[in-house]
Design a protein around this ligand. Structure first.
Ligand code: PEP
Ligand code: MN
Length: 360
């Protein structure tokens, strides 16, 4: 896939505005305060709101598009809203919405994404695609492909975190490795972060936004309300335009490429990392070879594959060694759990190989 730029060199690219358009006054006041205080590239507001439970505020509908259009005409700023079906696309275009975004609850559903893609055929409007609610990179890529196959080349990914059962402080677990993998697979795909839906509360917004920029994302889409406490949706995560201005001023914009003067120093260190990685992999291969040999020994001695006491000892000893080496014990535990799961898998396969030999 080849993507055209929507964002370009602007860093950070910022889209801000309320979670939902609630009234003409709220939309207008928020936009005015934003434009007076923050350098934003786009104004957002949800018109149709996908809510977890019915009887919550589900958005004002078409009238909100009229308010957005007024913001566009008055302040000359691109406007954007969420679309979840073909009718939404048609109405948004009728009111001159510049960019459309596909929400997390829509990205999960290929039928809905395809319906939107069909409605977009022949147009070249930028489409922002949020990650699906569940941590499934293929589903995110699938949505991007469906929109791409409709002929859209201006696609921007939005990382808004994932629903998960892991304990964490976020409303949606960022699982940074997933957007990083998407960027690795599609280096020219532009990506912004939605710190609002990741954080769920205002106290985490700045650190999430900073981390996103440090991971080479192009910018943020952030929820801003003239009176967050009174917001009809997502009140806990919205900030005022003035608070956004403080947040943006504190962001550190780091360089994307290495200066010539320090290039040599980086190269030396990276060469050493490459050497160490190669030693790590050789050691891992040797360890796995021994796992195979022990697998056969267990079979001949009629021992169970899992030797719980041995596993317990390994884990305890490695964790205490990790501590002495100032390594993060959580990381070392995760690595050993992966290695152990693979070892068990290999040894069970060895058992099955013998069983099938017997049967022939
Ligand atoms: C939103 O941006 O207001 C929204 C509903 O987001 P998400 O699709 O990420 O839940
Ligand atoms: Mn919201």
């Amino acid at each position: 896939m080849f993507f055209e730029k929507t964002i370009g060199e602007t860093r950070p690219f910022i889209i801000a505005g309320p979670c939902s358009a609630e009234s003409e006054e709220q939309v207008f006041t928020t936009a005015k305060q934003l434009l007076e205080n923050v350098n934003i590239q786009g104004f957002r507001a949800g018109i149709w709101k996908p809510r977890t439970r019915p009887n919550s505020f589900e958005g004002v509908g078409e009238i909100g598009l009229h308010w957005l259009q007024q913001v566009k005409n008055q302040f000359h700023i691109p406007i954007t809203t969420e679309v979840a079906n073909a009718k939404h696309v048609e109405l948004a275009l009728k009111y001159g919405v510049d960019w459309l975004w596909i929400g997390a609850r829509t990205t999960v559903n290929p039928f809905s994404v395809q319906e939107i893609a069909d409605a977009l055929k022949g147009l070249n409007i930028p489409i922002f695609i949020k990650n699906p609610i569940n941590p499934d990179l293929d589903l995110w890529i699938g949505a991007i492909e469906r929109i791409y196959n409709a002929g859209i080349r201006k696609i921007v990914a939005i990382h808004r975190g994932f629903s998960s059962t892991n304990k964490h402080e976020f409303r949606n677990d960022p699982m940074w490795s997933i957007p990083i993998e998407l960027k690795r697979l599609f280096p020219d795909l532009e990506m912004i972060c939605d710190p609002s839906h990741i954080s769920g509360k205002t106290s985490l917004l700045a650190s999430v936004a900073q981390k996103a920029l440090d991971l080479e994302m192009n910018g943020i889409i952030i929820e801003c309300h003239c009176n967050p406490k009174q917001a009809l949706s997502d009140a806990k995560q919205q900030i005022t335009p003035l608070e956004l201005s403080q947040l943006v001023n504190q962001l550190i914009i780091r360089k994307l490429t290495i200066d010539d003067q320090v290039e040599q120093q980086f190269q030396t260190k990276r060469k050493r990392i490459d050497e160490l990685d190669s030693i790590l992999l050789e050691l891992l291969a040797e360890r796995m070879k021994i796992i195979h040999e022990i697998g056969w020994m267990k079979k001949y001695n009629e021992l169970t594959v899992l030797q719980l006491r041995r596993w317990d000892t390994i884990l305890k000893e490695r964790l205490s060694e990790a501590q002495k080496l100032h390594l993060n014990p959580d990381l070392v535990k995760k690595i050993y759990e992966l290695i152990h799961a693979e070892s068990i898998q290999i040894q069970i396969q060895i058992l099955n190989e013998i069983e099938s030999l017997k049967n022939t």
